[in-house]
Design a protein around this ligand. Sequence first.
Ligand code: FEO
Length: 403
Amino acid sequence: MIKGVIFVQKRIKNNVSWVGKVDWDLQKFHGNEYSTHKGSTYNSYLIREEKTVLIDTVWQPFADEFVANLAQEIDVRTIDYIIANHGEVDHSGALPALMKHIPNTPIYCTANAVKSLSGQYHQHWNFQVVKTGDKLDIGNGKELIFVEMPMLHWPDSMATYLTGDHILFSNDAFGQHYANEELFNDLVDQCDLYQESLKYYANILTPFSHILKKKLAEILSLNLQIDLIATSHGVVWRDNPMQIVENYAKWADEYQENQITIIYDTMWNGTKVMAEKIAEGIGLADPNVVVKVFNVAKRDENDLITEVFKSKTVVIGSPTISNSILHSVAGFIHLMKGMKFKNKKAATFGCFGWSGECTKVMNNLLADAGFAMIDEGLKNPWQPDQDAQVQALAYGKKIAKST
Ligand code: FEO
């Protein structure tokens, strides 16, 4: 941290302020698993009613900066309660630095968060376990109400609702990895915001869609007035905050658009030629379908997962190598399997020289990943000649008509 840097808190509403960190530099998250082309934010919030409450902290590399910033705003010893909505290090990472100053301050969290925080930091902090519906009086007629959100994104996750100001502190849910200074959803680039929200859902929350559907229904059944959704990454939803809840309901329901996505890798361009001819065939058979073609080895895999998320059908290509397929393609199918996509079809193609296992290997992997296979796939010996290109065109037309 650079000494002497001033900190400017941002007012959310009345006595609630944002005291987090904007991470413009972040390019990878979860180690190297998730690309963050637009950086991220770690949102922490300070509530100053009769009681002073801190909701979540920031990622560990910014811990000292976070505590120093807080100390510019308040005497940290005046913090009455800490709310740890989620134990992952991007939100709890500054707790060790903060708790050195206030070791006995109660930390309100779920029972699972006690396990995750203890497992990561090995500290005997003053944990206060809460469950859905539990309330905490913070004075001036306001309360915090806790809502467990298991698997959104870890078993320990919860949301916290502030009565009076009607703010839902949703933690990871409804967030985006999107660095911004504007803070509120109505002030940022709307295309960026939609794209980053969609990518975040597609890559992080898709495996938990079935849980999310039930949780959204539960939250809505509480009939809470929600004026603001204060996430832990990206913007605070202020303008029509329920728009992101409505999008989540749509995305959680086996979402797809009228899109077919071709994802392949190639060695000597034969499989690339097939990919492009299959795309042409799809376009000829169905001019209304969106067709996209990507070489997986040259593209960002998280962006490709977002494309798969939007697709009704994926067409996967690899040449045969070592009686199998290229590791770029195998790795991407493995990544797709983890997403537990539902209601999507798949087809395969690839060139080969002699043994020709490519389509069979991909068919087995894709079926295991939950895709409904259209057929046995299209494979071509050596480089595609004109007849083979016509076959690939026809295969594209078949795919378009099969979806
Ligand atoms: Fe943003 Fe699951 O942590």
